[in-house]
Design a protein around this ligand. Sequence first.
Ligand SMILES: NC(=O)c1ccc[n+]([C@@H]2O[C@H](COP(=O)([O-])OP(=O)(O)OC[C@H]3O[C@@H](n4cnc5c(N)ncnc54)[C@H](OP(=O)(O)O)[C@@H]3O)[C@@H](O)[C@H]2O)c1
Length: 393
Amino acid sequence: MNLAIIIDLAKNLLGLRNKYSGNTRLDGQVVVITGANRGIGKETAYQLSLRGAKIIIGCRDELRAENAIKEIVSLNPNANIIHIKLDLSSLQSIRAFVQQIYENETKIDLLINNAAIASDIEGKTEDGFELIFGTSHLGHYLLTLQLLPLLRKAPKARVINVSSLAYASGRIHFENINLRNGAFNMMAANSQSKLATLAKRLGANTTINAYSLHPGLVDTEWYRHIESPVVKFIAKNVTKMFAMSVERGTQTTLYCALEESLDSESGFYYDNCLLVDNMYANATDDKSAELLWQLSADLSNRRLDGQVVIITGANTGIGKETAYQLTLRGAKVIIGCRDELRAENAIKEIVFRNPNANIIHIKLDLSSLQSIRAFVQQIYENETKIDILVNNA
Ligand SMILES: NC(=O)c1ccc[n+]([C@@H]2O[C@H](COP(=O)([O-])OP(=O)(O)OC[C@H]3O[C@@H](n4cnc5c(N)ncnc54)[C@H](OP(=O)(O)O)[C@@H]3O)[C@@H](O)[C@H]2O)c1
């Protein structure tokens, strides 16, 4: 056990845990919290409901989510809280969740990426990624990326990643990200996923701030998926002996969500309601962060199911080939071309090569402002979002 963990546990034992004491209200704000049917996520949902926010909890199990909502409403009868099914170990489920959010919300003010799984059994996500990394990092990566347009619609938004001090003892296994061929163990997987969760890249001039945090050792049943009786016994008893209450363990999340002075900070890591400015070197290497971003984009974007793509000038050449390739990945493709007949022929050819292609044409002549406006109008009438715009013509 390293010194940082000993100090962390000592803070719990000595009661040296800070409490967020601000009175920021969230009336009119929309908050999305993942994995909020138990533990820190559920307490966060309850606490933020008390401040007037509309809360959307994304959980994988309908019944557990409904029970959590019942419990929160029994404590706060005014709670404005709903559930939308979200399984972070399925890229398709993430896309369906995002789709539902887009259909019902015009903005998101706070996204709290809280869900995680701790298991000593080597598992796989629906898309074949190592379960812990796939859920905690890759799932949240895709979720955040897809919700960015709605986060941008809020005057100021925050993305909060619930990470862990476990990051300190790990590294990102770029050479074997799924920890295959015997490389899997719970510690390596957990610390890799939590190190990855620290990645920050929202671009310059953004109205969205990003924070990550360590909640401390908290008295939840985080160890419930551990199968080794010995490891589970140790994890459970260390938690019972040293952990702080769930209410206390939610304070740093609340601090990152609510503290107004953080408006001027982004991309940092917090513990005990304080900024940590002496992070371990493994978490501050910009090259690794960039590499991880690229890898995550590659891994999560292999399929485009549920996504809408617009390609201009796609009745021939590179545009037509791009349209064909993207239909193969499951996207709905809209080609904008000036000539109806050439567009229809291109679609026939694409459908011949890919009978499952979901592809339509809307007339677009980029040399006419009026035609561009009519094209845009039709898109607005029929689509609720666009994921990719390829200006090819
Ligand atoms: N407790 C601690 O001591 C501690 C320490 C450091 C960091 N953390 C971090 O704090 C966060 C909350 O932890 P916790 O202690 O509250 O854990 P928890 O009680 O185990 O709660 C985890 C939540 O994540 C959900 N989840 C797991 N896999 C999911 C998936 N594929 N899709 C959607 N939701 C999924 C769980 O849902 P189910 O109920 O369906 O399983 C549950 O709601 C985690 O990120 C954890 O790593 C906790």
